[in-house]
Design a binder for this molecule. Structure first.
Ligand SMILES: [Zn+2]
Length: 505
């Protein structure tokens, strides 16, 4: 382990804006993000993981790996042993704890950057405004690690409730949730700047802002409310940046700002499980007696209560003929290949999704390039739910669900401007560890984003990464009478998901 003095940065600050679309990084909406980017590096090709959902993304950020490694295979997923009658809801800590009790590997079946920090004797603090499940997954062993997680939703939403007690004593009661989440963002940023950065000064400080995701979902992506929420989130970024600049801390502190996924507009609700039942299948999204279960959204899973490859194949063939189906996936065949075990499917391996918690089939509903009524690209179907029609959604493989924001700046980062190398969520953990002079965990499959690093003698060796040219890979198989196409970008042995589409033959 290198000494602190030799590491590119003494501290790292991570800022996550949930759901932020890269085409919303504009001078009129996000002047502070652009101020941050102007002195560092900004990735033009940054990508989420599949499914492009917050808890899956959080787990990839934490573990430096894809779902194949970390095992959080959906915001909701079925785990029959833990919950025979419904899908596990990863937004709830209690659901994650029940899975953890049954799996000696834990919910996250991988080491996290927080674990590596703890092993190196380094401190970490998180200000989280997502669900208790999200706050848990960013640092599942926060207590054993001696770290600190504050939740905007209260002490019940963190494993370190003393953090909440202390902050509420210092800054007053937490604001109730409202839409847009102005007050929660302001309060969280106050805790982050005035306590975490000014007083605690941990080696790694992370703040997770709930917007623009929440307002994209419930007020529409291009709505005045969503844009106001984004401007407010950007003001919070500005407060953090002002604090770091005032203390001349950027000479010692690296900053990584990112979003976890994008969003597209949903313009059609599709009753997929009713269609399956009408087709003669005993399928539903809940119930202990149902033989075929699944989850809903813009993407989801289908799981058989008892293994039955012939039934799985009949379901795949039926789904492949549905006009609303986008892409279908199943476990890869022995010996590899593009096609999954079930006909009409692509292999999970292409998504880096094949964990032993993965379902029998994963599906993505049809989407296209749009535009939506506000002129933003990306229109898709979903299965209904609390998000209104014409609201924003994510979870699938549309390029605007997968496209994310990624900016690096401050200590150890070169002012290189826009970068064309592909990057992704699993790269965050190895990169922030490298900035602090800490080796990645053995299971971390992401790469160090060394093309953004200053070329110091210490960083010289790392700088050789990322000099390779990236290339595009296209995979296609028949989806009934159509074709499903998956596009990936590959660099340095890492594959990044760019888009998945259904096209006419
Ligand atoms: Zn969301």
């Amino acid at each position: 382990m290198s000494a602190h003095g030799r590491a590119p940065a003494e501290r790292v600050v991570v800022i996550v804006l949930d759901g932020l679309r890269p085409d919303h990084v504009r001078p009129d909406l996000t002047p502070n993000i652009l101020r941050l980017a102007a002195r560092g590096a900004r990735y033009r090709q940054a990508h989420s993981v599949f499914p492009s959902m917050t808890r899956v993304a959080t787990s990839s950020i934490a573990s430096g790996a894809n779902p194949r490694t970390h095992g959080v295979v959906g915001n909701a997923f079925w785990h029959f042993e833990a919950f025979p009658d419904r899908a596990a809801d990863t937004s709830k800590y209690a659901d994650l704890a029940r899975i953890a009790a049954l799996d000696p590997r834990g919910v996250l079946t991988a080491e996290t950057f927080a674990d590596r920090l703890a092993q190196a004797g380094r401190r970490m603090a998180v200000v989280h405004s997502g669900s208790s499940g999200s706050a848990f997954l960013i640092n599942p062993r926060v207590r054993e690690n001696g770290h600190w997680t504050f939740s905007i939703h209260g002490g019940d939403h963190t494993l370190t409730p003393e953090a909440n007690a202390a902050m509420e004593a210092k800054f007053g009661p937490r604001p109730a949730p409202e839409l847009p989440r102005f007050a929660q963002m302001t309060y969280g940023t106050t805790v982050f700047v005035e306590h975490v950065l000014a007083e605690m000064k941990p080696d790694l400080a992370l703040i997770w802002l709930p917007e623009p995701d929440t307002s994209y979902h419930y007020r529409k992506i291009g709505s005045a409310d969503a844009l106001a929420a984004l401007r407010h989130a950007d003001l919070c970024v500005g407060r953090i940046l002002d604090h770091l600049e005032a203390g001349n801390a950027l000479a010692r502190t690296a900053v990584i700002l990112l979003s976890d996924h994008g969003q597209i507009t949903v313009n059609e609700a599709v009753p997929l499980f009713e269609t399956l039942r009408a087709g003669g299948f005993d399928a539903a999204t809940r119930g202990a007696e149902v033989s075929i279960v699944g989850t809903s959204g813009a993407s989801g899973e289908i799981r058989l209560r008892r293994p039955d490859p012939a039934l799985r194949d009949r379901i795949a063939a039926f789904l492949a003929e549905q006009p609303d189906m986008g892409l279908l996936f199943s476990r890869g065949r022995e010996g590899g290949g593009v096609e999954g075990e079930a006909p009409h499917t692509l292999a999970f391996d292409l998504l880096q999704f094949g964990h032993n918690r993965a379902p029998d089939l994963a599906f993505v509903l049809r989407s296209d390039a749009g535009p939506d009524p506000d002129g933003l690209p990306g229109l898709g179907r979903y299965m209904g739910g609390d998000v209104p029609l014409m609201g924003g959604m994510h979870g699938g493989l549309n390029r605007h669900e997968l496209a994310t924001v990624l900016v690096l700046t401050g200590a150890g980062i070169a002012p290189v401007g826009l970068l064309d190398q592909p990057a992704g969520l699993p790269d965050i953990a190895p990169t922030l560890l490298a900035l602090l002079g800490i080796e990645p965990a053995p299971g971390m499959t992401g790469r160090v984003l060394a093309e953004a690093f200053e070329r110091t003698p210490e960083a010289g060796q790392q700088a050789e990464f990322g000099t390779e040219e990236s290339r595009t890979e296209i995979f296609e198989t028949a989806l009934g009478s159509h074709v499903q196409r998956l596009e990936r970008r590959v660099l340095d042995g890492r594959a990044y998901l760019v888009s998945g589409t259904r096209i006419e033959r």
